[in-house]
Write a protein that binds this ligand. Structure first.
Ligand SMILES: NC(=O)c1ccc[n+]([C@@H]2O[C@H](COP(=O)([O-])OP(=O)(O)OC[C@H]3O[C@@H](n4cnc5c(N)ncnc54)[C@H](O)[C@@H]3O)[C@@H](O)[C@H]2O)c1
Length: 291
């Protein structure tokens, strides 16, 4: 995709972090942008900041877990701007980190997979048919996975991201087979300085643990603190937005932003090829179960 001016972009998870940066970068490129997010006050603020810079943007509160919300997002986009050319299925949460997988509840699985995997599936099912029907207009989809999608699985988050990568690879093949004028990339960032590990702030009430009112240290809190310390020294969302825009221009499928992960990616592949057992590294899952 070469031509961005006056085209229409939709970004989910656009009230914070990378989504916020993508929205602004696309607007600076002359696009009309629809910002979608579950967190209304942050969404309002992001839209107000972009409007103050004279960008043509709107906000639509969206819970990507719900297909009906994503369909409403598409309706509102078409009402406002008539078409949609670039969709970033970007909303995500760190999800369940509080123990072993067998200790997770239905709500933990539904929240983590609901946002990170089904949120992307809902974007695919809703927006790809619209962009395909707009032929000869070009379309483009970006699904945000993670560098964790390229290495050995170690927590529920990573499982969702492996699924998003595989989903995106499958879509890439199917779009090519059909000769579609819709391209696709899978974004695999390493650690980026965002609020990712504060995802609980937007966990829907029906998916919170019934006992979440009690204040106290969670098994995963130390992991969260360590992640934020590391994130503060990592790439900024604006840097990733720049890399993503270049990748969309070049129609590059894998958008891998952080070569700090190279050794782990290579180890993952060679362990499989050699049949060797993975060397365990510090895992982003707390050792003890949720109390
Ligand atoms: N920050 C990193 O280190 C990193 C690394 C790799 C991948 N990612 C991925 O990047 C994407 C963006 O995350 P970020 O790091 O910018 O974090 P962030 O928390 O700053 O932004 C995520 C946004 O998603 C929104 N969101 C959460 N649940 C939602 C829902 N149900 N419906 C709609 N919106 C929802 C949040 O409100 C927030 O605005 C995520 O998919 C994340 O998994 C992040």
């Amino acid at each position: 995709m070469q031509d961005f001016r006056n085209k229409v972009a939709v970004v989910t998870g656009a009230a914070s972090g990378m989504g916020r940066a993508f929205a602004e970068r696309f607007a600076r490129e002359g696009m009309k942008v629809v910002l979608a997010d579950i967190e209304q006050p942050a969404l309002d603020q992001a839209v107000a900041e972009l409007c103050a810079q004279q960008y043509d943007v709107i906000g639509v509160r969206t819970n990507v877990i719900q297909l009906s919300d994503v369909e409403d997002l598409a309706r509102r986009t078409l009402e406002a701007f008539g078409k949609v050319h670039l969709v970033c299925n970007n909303a995500g949460v760190e999800g369940y980190l509080d123990g072993a997988l067998w200790e997770a509840t239905d709500r933990d699985w539904d929240w983590t997979f609901g946002v990170n995997f089904w949120g992307v599936v809902n974007g695919v099912r809703t927006f790809l048919p619209i962009m395909l029907a707009q032929d000869p207009d070009e379309g483009y989809m970006v699904n945000t996975a993670s560098a964790t999608a390229l290495v050995r699985g170690s927590n529920m988050y990573g499982i969702t991201k492996h699924a998003v990568r595989a989903l995106s690879e499958t879509l890439y093949g199917q779009l090519k087979q059909r000769g579609a004028r819709v391209g696709i990339s899978v974004l695999c960032p390493g650690v980026v300085n965002t609020r990712l590990f504060d995802g609980e702030r937007n966990r829907p009430s029906e998916l919170r643990p019934p006992d979440s009112s009690h204040a106290g240290e969670r098994p995963s809190d130390a992991i969260r603190r360590a992640w934020f310390e590391r994130a503060a020294q990592s790439n900024s969302p604006d840097q990733v937005a720049e890399m993503l825009l270049a990748a969309i221009r070049e129609e590059r499928f894998y958008v891998y932003t952080d070569h700090e992960w190279d050794d782990r990616v290579k180890a993952f592949c060679s362990d499989i090829l050699n049949g060797s057992n993975p060397v365990l590294q510090a895992s982003l899952t707390a050792p003890a179960a949720r109390t």
